[in-house]
Design a protein around this ligand. Structure first.
Ligand code: SF4
Length: 126
């Protein structure tokens, strides 16, 4: 079982290998191979390999902890999947088409990884 926060439930759907380091990316591939996901609030199994995590707080940029928490809250609401529940990638895959228009407007427009997703054929379909 892997532990994931809200926005990673959506963003990892479009992961193709990019990341902060090889260790970070390989960790995500392992997460994607595991189909049982415990939904959590806060730093998760992606964050633990991230160079920006300090004492369970996201230090990617000024206000990043607040920003990622907002993204998580929106992801929970859109997916109707909340912390302390268990989901599979199939559960998430089914919901992606109906939420992506709102998610792109809310989350993708200001994301530093936007150029990565813009080259993703599936992401472009929504
Ligand atoms: S940037 Fe922040 S939210 Fe993203 S993986 Fe790193 S610690 Fe987690």
């Amino acid at each position: 079982m892997r532990r994931l926060r809200g926005h990673h439930l959506i963003c990892l759907r479009f992961f193709k290998g990019e990341g902060y380091s090889r260790e970070f990316s390989e960790n995500i591939w392992r997460i994607l191979k595991n189909d049982r996901i415990e939904v959590i609030f806060g730093a998760d199994d992606v964050c633990i390999k991230c160079p920006h995590l300090e004492n369970d707080v996201c230090k990617y940029s000024d206000n990043s902890e607040e920003n990622v928490t907002e993204l998580d809250q929106m992801a929970y609401r859109l997916l109707e999947i909340y912390p302390d529940s268990t989901v599979s990638w199939e559960n998430i895959r089914e919901k992606i088409p109906e939420i992506m228009k709102v998610w792109k407007e809310f989350a993708c427009s200001d994301c530093d990884w936007k150029n990565v997703c813009e080259s993703n054929e599936e992401w472009k379909r929504y």
